[in-house]
Design a protein around this ligand. Structure first.
Ligand SMILES: *Cc1c(COP(=O)(O)O)cnc(C)c1O
Length: 379
């Protein structure tokens, strides 16, 4: 089976992990800070805070904005459930803003309309979580300006978009969002097994995120409530979690990061090959790169008769997937918030026709040709 996505781990990656296994620190050593600095530098952000998953990163971003009961958070319906769940962890409510049919990203015009009416009703969200769907930068400049105008905080969920860039700069640079979150799950752009990271340009907030990822415990002498009576001493200042990344994971991440440019380049090349080979078929294709350059996490085509084409591809050994069933259609969200089919029609239509074709750096041209030929026969 050719999967829709998978990690690329080479000998250098393996050696980096083994080196940490032979060292004194498997966690809370120097490799995590080195990985944090390397990602922050790559994103042109001041700070990086590594955590145990992309979901943990989103949860801490919401906590650091003091999102809680009575607040509302908005995100895109066309995303992985984690982009919405993080608000619920904090006791907040969730709502969605429909997408653009072309890119799958949150639609700035719909956002403007929804913000205006929410302001009229005194029900503005506390934060917007902007997802860079499939690795293509959303219109973060316009959306950040809107969020600013209404005093709403912006979090960017860049789980798909490490290595993506637009006219403002690299995704994660903190020019538009208070926090940008990344995921290092094996299907994402670079992997640490499980893992996540937040970038921010605010050192005070980064310090709070580091405290929250480790139980809310403060060890920095200048931040303690009393003067430190001895080296054993620390204080818990708020309720945090154990959301730490290990040094084993960070070593893999650091080694993977040195391959990031090559990963994104190969993904882009494969995306261009798909475009050349599929553009004459009766399928909708994702727009090519223009002013912004996607990290090409996913290659999502639109087909009629999705169910038939999907199962036929699977039967032929092509491990396609669907990204995503809109979050508001999940039973949990329908029961808890009474969302209904029809609430976000553009995302629903996108979902009904979507198929993610295999796309990952180690996918060979021959394997890709097999995907293309199989698809051609089925249509
Ligand atoms: C993968 C993903 C997450 C969650 O990341 P994990 O590391 O799996 O917790 C969040 N948002 C989006 C859009 C994702 O694709």
């Amino acid at each position: 089976m050719i999967p829709y996505g998978r990690q690329s781990v080479d000998e250098g990656d393996i050696e980096a992990v083994v080196d940490v296994l032979r060292s004194a620190f498997l966690t809370q050593g120097q490799t995590v800070p080195a990985f944090e600095r390397a990602v922050a530098e790559r994103c042109e952000a001041a700070e990086g805070v590594a955590v145990s998953s992309g979901t943990a990163a989103l949860h801490l971003a919401c906590m650091a904005l003091d999102i809680g009961p009575g607040d509302v958070v908005w995100t895109s319906p066309l995303t992985f459930v984690a982009s919405a769940n993080c608000a619920l962890y904090c006791g907040a409510d969730i709502d969605f803003v429909d997408i653009e049919a072309t890119t799958g990203n949150l639609c700035p015009q719909r956002l403007a309309v929804k913000l205006e009416s929410a302001a009229d009703q005194g029900r503005l969200p506390k934060a917007i979580i902007l997802v860079h769907y499939a690795g293509r930068p959303a219109d973060r400049g316009t959306i950040a300006a809107l969020a600013d105008e209404y005093g709403v905080a912006l979090i960017e969920d860049a789980a798909h978009a490490l290595g993506a860039i637009d006219l403002l700069g690299p995704v994660g640079d903190g020019r538009t969002a208070r926090f940008t979150t990344f995921s290092f799950h094996p299907v994402k752009i670079v992997t640490t097994g499980e893992g996540g990271l937040l970038t921010t340009n605010d050192p005070a907030i980064a310090a709070r995120l580091r405290r929250l990822r480790s139980h809310g415990v403060e060890r920095e002498p200048s931040a303690l409530k009393v003067s430190k009576p001895g080296d054993w001493y620390y204080e818990q200042h708020e309720l945090g979690f154990n959301y730490r990344m290990t040094d084993i994971q960070a070593a893999l991440g650091l080694s993977q990061l040195s391959r990031l440019a090559a990963f994104v380049e190969r993904r882009r090349e494969l995306a261009e090959r798909y475009r050349e080979k599929l553009h004459k078929l009766p399928v909708g294709l994702p727009p090519a790169d223009s002013d912004s350059r996607s990290a090409w996490h996913l290659y999502v085509i639109q087909v009629r008769e999705r169910a038939r084409v999907f199962s036929a591809l699977r039967e032929q050994g092509i491990g396609v997937q669907v990204h995503y069933m809109p979050v508001h259609l999940h039973p949990y969200y329908q029961q808890r918030f009474s969302f209904r089919e029809g609430d976000f029609p553009v995302a629903e239509r996108f979902y009904e026709q979507a198929i993610s074709l295999p796309l990952y750096p180690d996918l060979s041209d021959e394997e890709q040709d097999l995907v293309v030929n199989t698809l051609e026969r089925l249509l």
